[in-house]
Ligand binder design. Structure first.
Ligand code: GLA
Length: 727
């Protein structure tokens, strides 16, 4: 009872400030509360009289003060450190200058400042009880979007270097009856696969070890559901995604009392850091969003945040592309490209994207995948160069873009012959170079400079290029650098990423009008660190629309559809309408030889581009996603986008198997309004089979009774637009 009364007194004044300041404190002598808040969520810490910092809660903004009392056990510590009595997985592991392997952090102070009406930063300063070793826990809150960005800054002011073994960005803890984690698993061609499991006691690690790409096997994101499997619109769910393109590690540690600690950050494997005196190591940011209204709300929070803060030019429409990769692969030349341009004349595309194979050294034999590193146009294939092609595209009414893979080099390239020491490799080991391809060591300043100059030259000399697809097809099996000193070889995985971001930043700054696509052998690099510099990402080399339904479903949990490049191709040999309708829930592109397709397909494609421009693109970008029926649980997939003011909705229906299905029930509409239904993108000459076509139905009825799907057979699709009518 005493604890309860004291707790109420402690937190009561603090609650008043909570909403206004984003971070606040009570100042009784017995301790301090620090609350990091958004409009609907809070991450609350408590520093006791001795300065130990505990995490009190993560989720709902506390309304029952007594319940927020600290238990003051080691397991509640905000940033558990190795060697000081914490016997589970630590967030921080340091060897101090004198060899001491323990760290004991104590609260020193905290402060908050507003960056805008919506964004605030809070820093909690901690220091070791004995050593001049400092840690800041940093939080940036995006109030309206309910997103919290969290990172850690570690400073060494001891007299000699310290060694960092572990350095998590965040280590929140949770208390629930059960924990369910969803990861977005997958290899090349099957990225974004949603796999959910219940966490058992012990440590579960989800990670990546490829060094230069965030993943091959999984995206650096997860959804954590408390007290049961994640539901779309109910239950407590926390979405987490690490803004980092390299090795990452998410540890989920369930202890014997069924408490969960999540340790999120750069993978410590092979990445031990020596931190020099006077230096600070800043971890990448972990982005969190919590909701008690299911994972659907968490996704919508991230999508809104990405549009405003996370992805480059998030409010601008993405261009409709014609890409030649799956149409030609490496088998193209200027004549073939001009024929593709001509075929696309009346399609309504915004831009032609020329993919891999346009460059190489001057040896005619070295056409395919040999010139990586030598970024000159291959005169045998493109005798008039890139600017000529860009002009030709512009004359036909669209823009022009190119593919580059700036971080890679081929063994046969001039670059490699001139600078064999510029690649990542380890001494005394046989070089592993599948496809004769290697990775450049971007920690070396000359290499970094070369890579930037290559991009700068291609874009600078050819101002007609207004789009760049930045690919990264190689992983780093031998992460070694001939530039870094012996005792900093393990800095490579982190320093490589930092160098990479520096180049990406230069590209963004110098070429603000060049739209950029992030790609890595499919979706091997999709994260919010890189997406700051890019407008869209390539999610997978699988463009089979049937498979894409699953892939796009997976990515949609953390990443918005308008940034996901989705091309209409012939992969999977699906009906044209199905391919178009699936590509609609993304940044639309086409990778087909238009001149060689049937008249019906041509008409369908042209209509598809028009419908996308007039009815789909804007709502997919600015509307809210509702995932209605998962392809994982059903024989159809249904999703919808609803305008913020709920005056318009688009519903996408994809029938996966042949079977009769129940009604489609919508969510997110205004129950008091009437909506008129209209099926879009019907094939030429076909009438809608939608029972409510051109009828007016109440929002409440559409959400409770629903409507009958017009689809029966497998691989059929429908796109239905709902617009409000005056009552
Ligand atoms: C990767 C990309 C593809 C294509 C090829 C070119 O696989 O994901 O889209 O650009 O490289 O080699």
């Amino acid at each position: 009872m005493r604890r309860c009364a004291r707790g109420a007194w402690l937190i009561a004044p603090f609650l008043g400030l909570l909403v206004r300041l984003g971070a606040a404190e009570a100042t009784p002598s017995s301790g301090k509360f620090i609350a990091i808040t958004t409009h609907r969520s809070a991450l609350v810490f408590f520093a006791d009289q001795t300065g130990v910092l505990y995490q009190r809660s993560f989720g709902r903004i506390p309304v029952t003060p007594g319940k927020s009392l600290p238990d003051s056990t080691r397991y509640e510590e905000a940033l558990p450190c190795y060697g000081s009595g914490y016997l589970l997985e630590p967030a921080l592991q340091v060897v101090h200058a004198d060899g001491n392997t323990s760290t004991e952090l104590r609260y020193v102070a905290h402060e908050s400042s507003a960056e805008s009406a919506n964004v605030s930063v809070t820093r909690i300063h901690l220091r070791d009880r004995y050593y001049d070793f400092f840690v800041d826990l940093c939080f940036r809150t995006y109030a309206a979007e309910d997103v919290i960005e969290q990172w850690t800054e570690i400073s060494n002011r001891e007299s000699a270097p310290v060694t960092l073994g572990r350095f998590a960005s965040a280590a929140p803890k949770f208390q629930a009856s059960s924990y369910w984690v969803s990861q977005f698993y997958g290899d090349v061609l099957r990225e974004g696969e949603l796999v959910e499991e219940r966490l058992a006691p012990g440590l579960k690690i989800l990670d990546s070890k490829l060094t230069v790409r965030a993943h091959l096997n999984r995206n650096p994101s997860f959804m954590l559901s408390l007290d049961g499997p994640a539901q779309e619109e109910t239950g407590e769910v926390i979405g987490g995604t690490l803004a980092w393109s390299g090795n990452f590690s998410f540890g989920f540690d369930v202890d014997s009392d069924a408490r969960l600690r999540v340790l999120a950050g750069i993978s410590p494997l092979g990445a031990e850091r020596r931190l020099q005196p006077g230096k600070t190591f800043v971890t990448p940011a972990m982005l969190w969003s919590w909701s008690a209204a299911g994972k659907g709300q968490v996704s919508r929070n991230f999508h809104r945040w990405a549009r405003r803060y996370g992805i480059r030019d998030g409010d601008k429409p993405r261009p409709v592309l014609l890409n030649n990769w799956e149409t030609t692969f490496f088998d193209f030349n200027e004549t073939k490209l001009l024929a593709l341009f001509d075929g696309a004349r009346d399609l309504g595309i915004d831009l032609f994207l020329l993919d891999d194979g346009w460059f190489s050294d001057k040896d005619p034999k070295n056409h395919e995948r040999i010139g990586l590193g030598d970024w000159q146009t291959n005169p045998r294939i493109l005798p008039h160069g890139l600017s000529f092609l860009a002009d030709q595209a512009h004359q036909r009414g669209f823009g022009f873009g190119i593919w580059m893979e700036p971080e890679s080099v081929h063994l046969g390239s001039k670059l490699y012959r001139d600078h064999p020491d510029w690649i990542m490799r380890q001494p005394h080991r046989e070089l592993q170079a599948p496809n004769t391809q290697l990775l450049l060591d971007l920690t070396r300043p000359e290499t970094r400079d070369y890579v930037w100059k290559a991009i700068d030259r291609v874009l600078g000399e050819n101002p007609g290029i207004t789009y760049l697809k930045w690919d990264a097809n190689r992983v780093a099996p031998q992460p070694g650098s001939s530039f870094l000193p012996a005792d900093e070889q393990q800095h490579l995985p982190v320093d490589y990423q930092r160098a990479l971001y520096e180049i990406m930043q230069r590209m963004k700054e110098k070429y603000p009008n060049v739209t950029a696509m992030l790609c890595a052998g499919g979706g091997g690099r999709v994260d919010y660190a890189a997406l700051k510099y890019f407008h869209s990402f390539w999610p997978s080399d699988s463009t089979d629309p049937l498979q894409r339904i699953y892939i796009q479903w997976g990515y949609s949990h953390l990443f918005p559809a308008w940034a996901l490049s989705s091309h209409i191709t012939s992969m999977g040999h699906r009906p044209m309408k199905f391919s178009i309708d699936v590509a609609f829930t993304g940044a639309l592109g086409i990778d087909r030889d238009v001149a060689k397709m049937s008249e019906d397909d041509h008409v369908a494609l042209k209509q598809g581009v028009r419908v996308y421009r007039e009815h789909v693109r804007d709502l997919v970008q600015h509307g809210d996603l509702y995932r209605l029926e998962s392809p994982y649980d059903n024989k159809r997939a249904v999703l919808s986008y609803i305008a913020e003011d709920r005056t318009r909705a688009l519903v996408f229906l994809y029938q996966l198997r042949e079977t009769a299905m129940g009604p489609v029930k919508l969510r997110g509409l205004d129950p008091t309004r009437l909506y008129r239904a209209h099926e879009l993108n019907l094939p030429r000459g076909e009438k809608s089979r939608l029972a409510i076509e051109d009828r007016v139905v109440g929002g409440d009825e559409l959400m409770t009774t629903g409507f009958a799907s017009p689809l029966r057979r497998a691989i059929e699709s429908a796109v239905i637009e709902f617009t409000t009518e005056a009552k």
